[in-house]
Design a protein around this ligand. Structure first.
Ligand code: NAG
Ligand code: NAG
Ligand code: CA
Length: 390
């Protein structure tokens, strides 16, 4: 019966990806011919066949198309038909005390999709589904817990922590749409633990974090040492809990953001994101009092100026103003202050870096007050620039 369940959709899908369906068919037939009814083998077999079909539930979660009985057996939630009704979109969700061992499991708050309040610690254990998993990608689909305190911007009310893998910054506040890659290390025995600690004032918390298991050889694997990894010629990078109105730059941050160098692209431009409806953009406010005009501050480069960015900074290797003619012969490595510019100025400018691979590093110490007030962090739009032959 199980075999039949598997075979029917194979026939239906075979019109699509021909190469794949041939593989599926031959493996299915081999299995059938050998008369194997080994139930330990079947679930693995069905994961790799059915699991290829990504589907989405009406509630917005992604799942994989699987036979209904398989989904239930594996602890999934059948969330509606897929593959023309031959399968169900199987989603996996876990909350406090749970274990995530399926690809794409969602870590959700208790009461999800409603909010949760109260104090405590909510832990999820992530186990590798296969020894050949090198990284865990966390997608913060929805993420809203209490933000940092207002003096030094430290997450001491609520915290989201990752332990057991490569170091990740502690975050709090809102981080919808952000992601993190965690190095899962060698071997299968060391789990990665995700913890949400809630304390202090009452707050309507909610989170839905998708956990993807990235195989060592996957094309989607992040480059080494990157907490965040972006692909594509253009995109947007921002600090955690970024929001020009209600966000606050988080303290105690130290991580790299990597952007894959796309083929035939040699340099990269960064521009502060638009801050719609404001006379003065707050999309790059790392130091100073963000309630007034603060110039850019720079340091660490070849210009020979004293390094003004010693507490909080964004590192962009050899950053220059992009549209200065002729191009400056010196450059800076660190930018901070309240204006995005590779030179000291109170006017925002687009910044270029030609150092590859394209990487940014963000550092924030543990102190804000009294000098740094209402800093929001950063939001930058990037565009890779084609190589020119000259
Ligand atoms: C898990 O899912 C992601 C994306 O949905 C995919 O890139 C990755 O290869 C999958 N991992 C495994 C082990 O199948
Ligand atoms: C923007 O600037 C104009 C002119 O200086 C001023 O009238 C207005 O109140 C300002 N708006 C905000 C949101 O600060
Ligand atoms: Ca600081």
């Amino acid at each position: 019966m199980l075999l039949l369940d598997v075979l029917v959709p194979i026939a239906i899908w075979s019109s699509g990806a021909a190469a794949w369906s041939e593989v599926r068919k031959s493996r299915a037939l081999t299995n059938l011919a050998s008369g194997s009814r080994d139930r330990r083998f079947l679930p693995i077999f069905t994961v790799f066949q059915w699991g290829q079909g990504l589907c989405s539930a009406s509630s917005g979660e992604y799942g994989s198309c699987q036979p209904n009985n398989e989904c239930v057996l594996r602890g999934g939630i059948p969330a509606g038909p897929c593959a023309g009704g031959y399968g169900t979109c199987c989603i996996f969700m876990a909350s406090c005390g749970g274990v995530a061992r399926e690809n794409g499991t969602y870590f959700v708050n208790p009461n999800h999709p409603d909010t949760t309040d109260g104090t405590g610690s909510c832990q999820l254990t992530v186990l590798k589904m296969h020894p050949d998993i090198c990284q865990i990608r966390l997608d913060f689909d929805q993420f809203s817990i209490n933000g940092p305190e207002i003096v030094n911007h430290i997450c001491n009310n609520d915290q989201f922590l990752v332990s057991g893998g490569s170091p990740a910054p502690t975050i709090c506040g809102n981080s919808n749409g952000d992601h993190m890659y965690i190095d899962a290390g060698m071997g299968q025995s060391n789990p990665i633990i995700l913890t949400v600690i809630t304390s202090g004032p009452s707050f309507p918390r909610s989170w839905r974090v998708r956990i993807s298991q990235i195989p060592c050889g996957a094309i989607s694997k992040a480059e080494q040492g990157c907490l965040q990894y972006f692909t594509g010629v253009s995109g947007r990078v921002k600090s955690f809990n970024f929001d020009t109105i209600s966000g606050r730059q988080l303290s105690n941050q130290d991580y790299s953001i990597c952007i894959r160098t796309e083929r035939n692209f040699c340099s990269i431009h960064y521009t502060a994101c638009p801050d719609i409806g404001r006379n003065r953009s707050r999309t790059f406010t790392l130091s100073g009092n963000s309630n007034s005009v603060v110039s850019s501050m720079v340091g660490g480069g070849t210009q020979g100026t004293p390094n003004s960015c010693t507490n909080d900074w964004l590192m962009i290797p050899c950053a220059k103003v992009a549209d200065r003619l002729p191009m400056a012969s010196t450059c800076e490595d660190k930018i901070c202050g309240g204006t995005f510019n590779a030179e000291v100025s109170s006017v925002e400018r687009t910044v270029v870096s030609t150092v590859r691979p394209f990487r940014l590093a963000f550092h924030a110490d543990s102190i804000e007050a009294p000098i740094d007030v209402d800093n929001r962090g950063f939001c930058l739009d990037y565009v890779q620039q084609p190589c020119t032959s000259n």
